[in-house]
Design a protein around this ligand. Sequence first.
Ligand code: ADP
Ligand code: MG
Length: 823
Amino acid sequence: KAPEKMLTKELCNKRKPQPAVFIPVDRLPEIQAARLKLPVLGEEQVIMEAVRENMCVVLCGETGSGKTTQIPQFLYEAGYASGDGIIGITEPRRVAAVSMSQRVAMEMNMSTRVVSYQIRYEGNVTSDTKIKFMTDGVLLKEIQKDFLLQKYRVIIIDEAHERSVYTDILIGLLSRIVPLRRPMKLLIMSATLRVEDFTENKKLFPRPLPVIKVDARQFPVTVHFNRRTPTDDYVGEAFRKICKIHRMLPPGGILVFLTGQAEVHSMCRRLRRAFPFRSNRTGLGDDPKDTEEERKWFKKAKQKKMLSLPRINLDNYSTLPVDEGDEDRQAGIGDEEDGSDLDLELGDDPGDEGLEKCDPMLPLYVLPLYSLLAPEQQGKVFRPPPAGTRLCVVATNVAETSLTIPGIKYVVDCGRVKKRFYDRVTGVSSFRVTWTSQASANQRAGRAGRTEPGHCYRLYSSAVFSDFQEFSEAEITRRPVDDLVLQMKDLNIEKVVNFPFPTPPSMEALVAAEHLLVSLGALEEPPRDMERVRLSCPITPLGRAMAAFPVAPRYAKMLAMGKQQGCLPYVITLVAAMTVREIFEETDRPAASEEENAKMAQRRARLGQMRRLWAGQGASLLLGDLMVMLGAVGACEYAGCTPKFCQENGLRYKAMLEIRQLRGQLTTAVNAVDPEARLYLDAKMAPPTESQVLCLQQIVLAGLGDHLARRVQVEELLDPKWHNGYKTPLLDSPVFIHPNSVLFKTLPDYVVYQEVLETSKMYMRGVSAVQEEWIPQILPRYCHFGPPLEDPPPRFCPDSGRVKCHCKSTFCTWIRQELPIFW
Ligand code: ADP
Ligand code: MG
């Protein structure tokens, strides 16, 4: 019997009615009216009945059906947050945690002291909080502190279909926690119907979970495939498609899916240039009602003499100061080209009806949306666009499921997604743009039918679509799991292989993680004669200390080692800077024009100079890119961490704020682990002394020991491709120091790196020099002492997991042949 059949209304009514608790919420009438239109409202009774009767319930409903915003409110009204327990909701993305908490607070007409959020660096949770939105990582950390999650009465795992690693682990853990915590409730919410991994997984839940389906999409979406074979220039195609939609189709917002931040920005630029945004008011930018952004635009437009044009007419488009080459011009005007592409669903004559309905002069209000965007910028997409404009949101897949943007009628889907790929053995990561899955593509299409019937334009053919994977695979199968293994060991789950993962990670990944943790000293070394690592090494006291830090094990080790020569504040800053994404502004992106190119070259040179200045001279220079990070943070804090300073010096302001917050958080964590440290955060710290720099280099070596690289000597140069290359234990091919690195010209003999990122070459990022003689002291496990052995030394090979491995091209060979020459 299908589990969802179990929960008909009839069945619910038969059951003994429970005493009804009802906590009234004082909503504004317009909010109440809008809520009533949401599909989940119609199912409120069924949902609440199911929650009352079951420990765990799965709720499936299309994006936009009201799961995230309404379910917490139902639970609140039903009294699940009265008394001491609170309602917790986890989101895989920070953006969603923040914006959803604000939305729900607004809908309930309550303060953010009651409906709050907590993400890694910040939050507004108070003792009054009743509904708490958080990222899944935050809840995992809380489980470590309090395994039973005593604070919570209900846990909602939202966006479970995304299959993020933490979500998967949380579901595994909660399947054990909830039965111990009756009457605690668990709700798993998914935007797709593919939930068997949770519901039919006997390892997780002995009995199949009840599934409630909410039928949602209120309006039909017509999907249009491209009939031509897709080209690689999907950004160009998307641009042309938007131009057509905007010129020919009736009003309604456009949402465009691209793959990354750089693409989003370049598209916004192109669109703004093609359809300048003009205020309907005075049109001169001096209206007091003009927003800051409008004023800025007018200022720029005046400089570019755009405003001397009478009124923006699309057919005049080629006379606008377009500096992006012919591409734009071609796209904008009268490209009757092949009729095949004109299937804009306007009846037989594609042109007429559309032109009749829309004002071709309608300005386009273009907004970017991606996860690193500053929150106040992100918030703009939820507000109505200025009167008389058409909204066009250029987004990455953030907009796919977590956020519902009002008023979208047209979706343009490039069909691609940018994913991070890891090599399980070597840990090398690269970003690649690949086709997305059918499920994702359908999600994207669904964004168009929110307020009225919509259209989705896919920039690929239906043949290509049918080749897509049906679903995206769970993240856990695609990334290293060392952080998870450490967290789980700290929860005393010794045999990680036996953990009830919804989808288990590969054996290879588990073995690699266990090795890394053993080599960092976080797990006890297994007996040498063990044929295969049994993946059950117990955690060490060092491992426990490491697990208390909210960072990956390599960085946690640095923090644990940092208590020497007063280095801790620097280590904290370094770790904070290394774990925050992209602290430096990107300067390598292709420029749109000659002029811009020259400007960017100038800026690059200046920023390079700045970086060398931060790196300093002599000893500190050898700390390399890490010294640059320290210097940048220090300089920024001395300058008061202003947006202006960051802009001028090529730093990402948001990253700097995150670093500051993370420093505070790590300082607290260090004090908790080691109360004797008595650390306090001094944002403006003095530069490290020379001996401190040496100490820091060694601490970095201790943490990044498995990321050690040795420069290939001239006499070893068998192949020119190894010129200036470095050899690493796990890779067959050379890795290089990036030209942006301050060590690019120094080329030290030994370096450690933060990560290898494969772009045009295998480049190391975050490079720091180390001295040869430190290696045997700090990484004895990695060295063989004495004359070279005939037999391979007994080591665990990361490839096979075997103790005595005879393979080539891995650690074993390197240790045996490269290092022991003089030790
Ligand atoms: P689900 O979680 O099922 O995808 P949500 O609860 O996120 O759906 O959204 C329900 C509705 O609430 C959507 O139709 C959307 O229009 C509206 N909504 C959500 N967030 C906001 C917001 N920040 N501003 C305006 N409307 C919003
Ligand atoms: Mg949602």
